[in-house]
Design a protein around this ligand. Structure first.
Ligand code: GN1
Ligand code: MG
Length: 554
């Protein structure tokens, strides 16, 4: 490293001292903590992003958000050139620089890493980083810290893309690196055009549209998603969407008893909804709009809901895509079978997995965290992944898209307007509607709406695809959550010894029982999940497993 570069780094890093006595770690999706201790982390991630941009010769994204966490928290997520999450190989480096005690140690770590990764550092170099942030008040000063980190690498520039949802920023990074338009207006246009295309392909004669025309009510978690949905609404006139908790001044606090995480975990209507909404199709976004769940309020139930979670969104998508593929390939065999795969985590409700397998689909499991699901889904021609909490998308391989485009053109010239042609057009529209970079509540919502309209289904009909097994999630605070290691997509505890045996004994006591534990990657707790044939049984199983965790880990 040249002296000039070194002194810029030392000087700027000294303005962002790390918090004393706190270890910050790169979690399930980036760094997250109380906003007041994050400026040095964000500054250092700015440096990392610049190095990643130099190495990949591509634009990198930094999103300042703490998603569904409380408003006083914040965090930073990194988008790689494809628009996906930062490559896992770089996570240890992120961890180590975030915790470097002083500017000298920081420079040392950077130097070592540049050599190890053969980053073409020094001389003439350029790097560009797109920055986005959600609506948190701490976002502005953290944005400044990120900019300072970026500009402390010679040749690196930061481009502020403004207040965005996380998936919008990932989409922009992906688009920029593919050489397509990156404006926010282009994002909205792509979504609304492909949605309209799906609408136009609904067979008029057998739609039961009248059944579900009543408006959709969306809980925006008082965050950025509500605001953006108001924008998107303007160009999808065929949908009647009412946005509540939209983040407007005075409407409520970000993620406080609102949002997808609250709705999914509590199975209770968010603030701003009442018994008057009973039976109506409702959806909820999380604080940075990368999660989506649906629900409807049960009448006379004190705002209890039936939750239509990520597993059911996944099932709706998988069923529709499978149907379209079978129409497309009806008469002649294609040159090769199309590989359709579904990716879930251990948190997926067992009933959803059974349902998907009964449809004849290939279902695979990965550890928790979208980075794992996304990577796995990318192995298929069409890979559909969702976490139960509502984060997921559908990935179409480049190879499959090219094949589909060729096929669509062939069909247009031979069987224009045929069912096969329409199925091909629908699949193409889906590939453009659904975010290819990362799970996106806004694009997911439009696809759900399009499929419900196509099927003529109410939310109640959709919910009946299968019945969830009762489940319970608990958190247990322990001395050191990292003492737990797991295997088999986190379903088996390897360490500490004896714990898995204890869980097995509990599980065997309950019909349809299933339970697993794992250390959270975003909170300092052990998570316990249990499923059984009745709610009482699931609650009891979770409780007894939690007791073992407490006994063994203290
Ligand atoms: C059970 C659960 O919902 N876990 C969530 C949560 O991770 P944990 O590692 O469980 O804290 O936050 C992640 C990031 O949003 C999300 O990917 C994941 O699914
Ligand atoms: Mg989120």
């Amino acid at each position: 490293m040249e002296d000039k570069q070194r002194s810029i780094l030392i000087e700027s890093a000294s303005r962002f001292p790390p918090p004393q006595g706190v270890k910050i770690s790169y979690g399930t999706s980036g760094f997250r903590a109380d906003a007041s201790i994050l400026s040095s982390t964000v500054f250092r991630v700015g440096i990392l992003a610049a190095l990643r941009s130099i190495q990949t010769q591509s634009v990198i994204g930094l999103m300042i958000t703490a998603s569904h966490n409380q408003v006083s928290d914040n965090g930073i997520k990194i988008a790689d050139p494809s628009g996906g999450m930062l490559t896992q190989d770089w996570e240890p480096f992120a961890d180590s620089i975030a915790n470097a005690a002083n500017p000298e140690d920081l420079v040392l770590l950077i130097n070592e890493f540049i050599k190890k990764e053969h980053i073409p550092f020094g001389g003439v170099q350029s790097a560009e980083i797109f920055l986005g942030r959600d609506t948190r008040p701490s976002g502005e000063s953290l944005l400044e810290a990120a900019k300072q980190g970026i500009s402390s690498i010679v040749g690196a520039i930061a481009t502020d893309m403004g207040i965005l949802t996380t998936p919008q920023l990932h989409w922009m990074v992906r688009s920029k690196n593919k050489g397509t338009k990156v404006f926010e207006s282009s994002y909205f246009e792509q979504l609304s055009d492909s949605f309209r295309c799906l609408m136009d392909l609904i067979p008029r004669e057998d739609t039961n549209i009248s059944k579900i025309v009543e408006s959709l009510i969306v809980d925006g978690a008082n965050g950025v998603g509500g605001e953006k949905l108001e924008e998107l609404k303007k160009s999808v006139k065929s949908l009647v969407i009412e946005v509540r908790n939209s983040g407007k001044e005075g409407e409520g606090i970000l993620n406080e008893r609102v949002g997808a995480d609250f709705v999914q975990k509590e199975k209770f209507a968010p603030l701003g909804f009442s018994e008057d909404d009973a039976g109506i199709r409702c959806a909820s976004l999380d604080g940075d709009a990368d999660r989506l769940v649906y629900f409807y309020i049960l009448p006379n139930s004190n705002k209890k809901i039936n939750l239509v979670d990520g597993d059911k969104i996944l099932s709706l998508f998988a069923l529709f895509i499978k149907q379209q593929l079978s129409v497309l390939n009806k008469e002649e065999d294609t040159d090769r079978p199309i590989k359709l795969g579904v990716v879930q985590t251990a948190y997926a409700n067992g009933a959803s997995t059974d349902y998907l397998k009964n449809l004849g689909l290939e279902v695979v499991f990965t550890p928790t965290g979208v980075k794992y699901l996304h990577e796995k889904a990318a192995e298929y021609d069409i890979g559909i992944y969702f976490e139960a909490n509502g984060h997921g998308t559908i990935l179409f391989s480049e190879h499959f898209i090219s094949w589909l485009e060729r096929r669509t053109n062939e069909l247009a010239s031979t069987f224009e307007g045929s069912e096969q042609h329409k199925a091909a057009l629908r699949l193409l529209a889906i590939s453009s509607l659904i975010n290819q970079a990362v799970g996106d509540a806004l694009s997911g919502l439009l696809l759900v709406e399009a499929i419900l309209l196509y099927n003529g289904w109410s939310i109640q009909r959709w919910n009946e695809l299968y019945q969830d097994l009762p489940s319970r999630q608990l958190k247990v605070k322990v001395a050191d959550r990292n003492a737990v290691t797991t295997a088999n997509a986190e379903t088996v505890v390897v360490k500490p010894s004896g714990l898995q045996e204890a869980i097995n004994i509990e599980v065997a006591k309950f019909p349809q029982g299933r339970s697993f534990i794992r250390p959270s990657g975003t909170e300092d707790v052990i998570r316990v999940y249990a499923e059984a044939s009745s709610q009482e049984a699931a609650d009891n199983l979770a409780k007894s497993v939690a007791e073992h965790v407490h006994r063994i880990l203290g």
